[in-house]
Design a protein around this ligand. Structure first.
Ligand SMILES: *Cc1c(COP(=O)(O)O)cnc(C)c1O
Length: 355
């Protein structure tokens, strides 16, 4: 259990218009911080007014990207209460990331306590409109001023929150995806399975390239052979081919998404065959030509489920389901969002009340 000190703000900010929240534009009144010192462990947990950080310019995070992060949401229910979705999974994933990055971790219990305490403090920032939520961003940074490369002796674990709008303000429109065949995101033994800032820094160039070509996102192939599909930008990717739903195995190069895991559990419950065998991109393009590529969608906390309408690989383009959202894609979207926003009963035991 963390012993949290509260220093509440005297000047609450004005709340933004809930119909124009966008993503990551506004931040709530408070933030959570806890310090970590080698030999002492975690100490001085506190909720303080949202404010800039004071960091030494030599802080190791600024030079060697020694940081990790998580992404999760709090949802407003029809009865006005607030809940989280599988927060234990985010806590465990952050522990795995931190282990790989030589960063310290909070226990699952302390992580969830900190998230709940901050969401409770800023509860009136959890928006009410259809499809809106409070995005929660926990992160760890190495704060020791030191220019040599080695683990840091001091760290901070911080949580900030941002009210976010409905991802699909104009309805669910399928995205166009560019299959990246030059750059790679991850390779065996690397950091592909972690949520670390460095992965994103290294992936930006492909996103810019995809945008320049008129595509919204990049689909990454495996880093060794450039042959097997892995994931899309900040989403895991699913392909329904001839009745079976395929998604890349989480073997070190793919981020183990909480949404991915939840989709697999639902599909299995519904009796739909799921394969986590590696899937060659050539098989996807071939299935498209044979009329067997039935649905493609991405999964992630921000958009939940994102249908894919078009895939471009080298000179070839696959159009999926006439640019319409597929049946399984739709059912997963309705079920997950229904559970998250408390519109349908959570018979999977995935939600946790903030009280
Ligand atoms: C966060 C993330 C995902 C999605 O994970 P969720 O837990 O479902 O939000 C997928 N891929 C990458 C690279 C990510 O960073």
């Amino acid at each position: 259990m963390l012993d949290i000190r509260y220093e509440l703000t005297q000047n609450k900010k004005e709340k933004p218009d809930e119909s124009a929240l966008g993503f990551g534009k506004y931040y709530t009144d408070h933030m959570f911080i806890v310090d970590h010192t080698e030999g002492q462990g975690w100490h001085d947990a506190r909720i303080v007014p949202y404010q800039p950080l004071a960091l030494d310019p030599a802080a190791m995070v600024l030079h060697y990207a020694m940081e990790s992060f998580e992404g999760m949401k709090a949802y407003r229910l029809p009865d006005g209460s607030v809940q989280l979705f599988r927060p234990d999974r985010n806590a465990e994933r952050m522990q795995n990331t931190n282990h790989r990055m030589c960063l310290p971790s909070l226990s699952t219990e302390d992580f969830i306590q900190a998230v709940k305490a901050l969401v409770k403090t800023d509860e009136d920032w959890v928006p009410h409109q259809e499809g809106t939520s409070l995005y929660i961003r926990p992160f760890v940074i190495a704060t020791e001023p030191h220019l040599g490369v080695r683990p840091s002796a001091t760290h901070q674990f911080i949580i900030i929150c941002s009210p976010v709008g409905a991802y699909y303000s104009t309805g669910i429109n399928p995205v166009k995806i560019f299959v990246e065949d030059e750059y790679t995101r991850a390779c065996p033994g690397g950091t592909g399975f972690t949520k670390c800032g460095g992965n994103y820094a290294a992936s930006l160039i492909s996103q810019v390239k995809a945008h320049d070509l008129g595509y919204e996102q990049t689909l990454w192939l495996d880093g060794v052979e450039h042959k097997y599909v892995e994931e899309v930008g900040s989403m895991n990717c699913f392909f329904k081919i001839d009745g079976t739903v395929y998604t890349a195995p989480c073997v070190g190069t793919v981020l183990p998404g909480v949404t991915r895991m939840s989709c697999i559990e639902l599909l299995k419950k519904w009796g739909i065959p799921v394969s986590e065998e590696r899937l060659p991109v050539a098989d996807v393009m071939k299935a498209s030509k044979e009329g067997k590529l039935e649905e493609v969608f991405g999964t992630g906390t921000a958009a939940v489920i994102s249908p894919v309408g078009e895939l471009r690989y080298e000179g070839d383009v696959a159009y999926i389901n006439d640019g319409k959202i597929g049946e399984i894609t739709h059912k997963l979207y309705d079920t997950l969002t229904g559970i998250q926003w408390g519109k349908i009963p959570d018979d999977m035991g995935w939600t946790v009340k903030v009280d």
